[in-house]
Design a protein around this ligand. Structure first.
Ligand SMILES: NC(=O)c1ccc[n+]([C@@H]2O[C@H](COP(=O)([O-])OP(=O)(O)OC[C@H]3O[C@@H](n4cnc5c(N)ncnc54)[C@H](O)[C@@H]3O)[C@@H](O)[C@H]2O)c1
Length: 403
């Protein structure tokens, strides 16, 4: 058990720095530092994590990339209007927000833009460079952040918009093949270039999005080679969290799930991006697979629908209908409705993941952080999607780290 925190300064580089989750992370962190907020929803503020030598809120510095120029006060204003951020929290932290704003650099645009207002033309320029040049530009930003803020470590966290679904490429299968593809100037999704640049620059990587990121064999190999921890993909914050907590109950009681039909409505920018079928396919692939793997049943009918309903703003409603069969062949059903603020659910997970990733890096761990599976819809390194089994693994990890 540790009573004193190590001296350190840790940078969190957020890809998608002007987005809703990043904004909630920035104001949330400021609120935690000044005791304007209670650490609700943060598991690292509870035992057995609390006794570990985790990085403190005041030891974290944030910066990041974005492809649009929407300023943070605008993003914060949207969240105040939706009843998610408190006005007093925003007003008390304008100076802190300006410092974060000054550390945001133009990111690399992935393919055609997804129709956001105020795209940064520099991002379009960067996105049109050869992949090696894009990686060099991103790397310069990481290095400048590290030097200017005198950081001991930079953790790169991808919070950017969902990219268009990509089929696996031959060049993703090994690191030499991937680096050859970069030399041949073969285009790669931005999330992969960010992850590659991060790992090559010595930064642990967290992918909270459904984007490919570091999930390809080539980057798994790179993480091992450079000795860095990484985790992902796609944060488990709402409907999938409930599904992966309920599905083990059906399995444990030997009830046969016949159909699991889910329907999501959301109104934020993520919802607007997901209203495009190409972008939505990335999300649906992750949502469906978690349930199938827990119930281990290929016969079961499952379907997840996602619709964009602008008036809902940052609030998401999911309705799930579970049709199941019990003894005597009797068919029954369970329904649930989940209404949550996506960004308020996601932001504490980002802070927890930042602390756990820093801990793993300080302990010299490398490769996929299997103990963080409870945070993701498609955990890197595989394993069960059963939320309770995943959480038990995390607790075991924390207890072992505290000994
Ligand atoms: N909120 C949740 O509960 C939740 C759960 C799981 C996953 N996610 C994922 O997290 C991501 C962020 O969600 P959000 O609600 O903050 O979305 P958002 O649209 O508010 O923010 C995304 C930001 O990323 C920026 N961006 C887009 N492409 C970029 C690129 N190539 N480089 C740098 N920046 C880029 C956009 O300009 C935008 O500011 C999405 O991919 C979403 O699917 C969210």
């Amino acid at each position: 058990m540790t009573s004193e925190r190590r001296e350190r300064r840790v940078g969190l580089w957020l890809i998608g720095a002007r987005g809703s989750i990043a904004t909630c992370v920035a104001y949330g962190l400021a609120g935690l530092r000044t005791d304007l907020l209670d650490p609700i929803g943060l598991i690292t503020a509870c035992e057995p994590f609390h006794s570990l030598d985790l990085v403190g809120w005041d030891q974290l510095v944030i910066g990041g990339h974005d492809v649009c120029r929407r300023d943070l006060t605008h993003s914060a204003g949207e969240l105040v209007k939706s009843g998610i951020l408190r006005q007093d929290l925003v007003s008390a932290n304008t100076a802190e927000a300006s410092r974060f704003e000054a550390r945001i650099r133009p990111g690399i645009l992935d393919g055609p833009d997804v129709g956001f207002a105020d795209m940064d033309p520099k991002s379009a320029e960067l996105g049109s460079l050869a992949p090696r040049e894009q990686v060099a530009a991103i790397t310069r930003d990481f290095e400048e952040f590290r030097a200017q803020e005198n950081l001991d470590r930079v953790i790169v966290i991808n919070l950017s918009s969902t990219e268009v679904f990509q089929r696996e490429k031959e060049a993703w299968q090994s690191l030499p093949e991937f680096e050859n593809a970069l030399d041949r100037e073969e285009n790669q999704p931005a999330s992969i270039l960010y992850a590659y640049a991060a790992l090559r620059a010595g930064c642990p990587h967290v992918n909270f999005t459904p984007n490919v990121g570091a999930s390809i064999p080539a980057l798994a190999e790179l993480a091992e080679e450079v000795g860095l921890p990484h985790c992902g993909n796609d944060g488990k914050t709402g409907e999938t969290l409930v599904k992966t907590a309920l599905a083990p109950m059906f399995r444990a009681r030997a009830l046969r799930v016949l159909s699991w039909q889910g329907y999501n409505m959301l109104g934020n920018r993520d919802g607007a991006v997901l209203s495009d079928p190409g972008h939505c396919e990335s999300k649906l692939a992750n949502k469906d697979q978690a349930l199938r793997s827990i119930l281990d049943d290929d016969e079961m009918h499952t379907h997840v629908g996602i619709d964009f309903v602008p008036s809902l703003e940052d609030w998401k409603t999911a309705w799930d209908y579970v049709h199941f069969e019990g003894f005597l062949g009797v068919k029954m059903s369970l329904q649930f409705t989940w209404s949550g603020s996506d960004s308020a659910l996601a932001a504490p997970l980002i802070l927890d993941l930042a602390r756990l990733t820093e801990l793993a890096a300080a302990r010299g761990e490398k490769g996929a952080m299997l103990h963080t599976a409870a945070f993701f819809k498609s955990p890197l390194g595989g394993g069960t999607n059963d939320f309770f089994a995943q959480f038990a693994r995390l607790i075991d990890y924390a207890e072992a780290a505290g000994r």
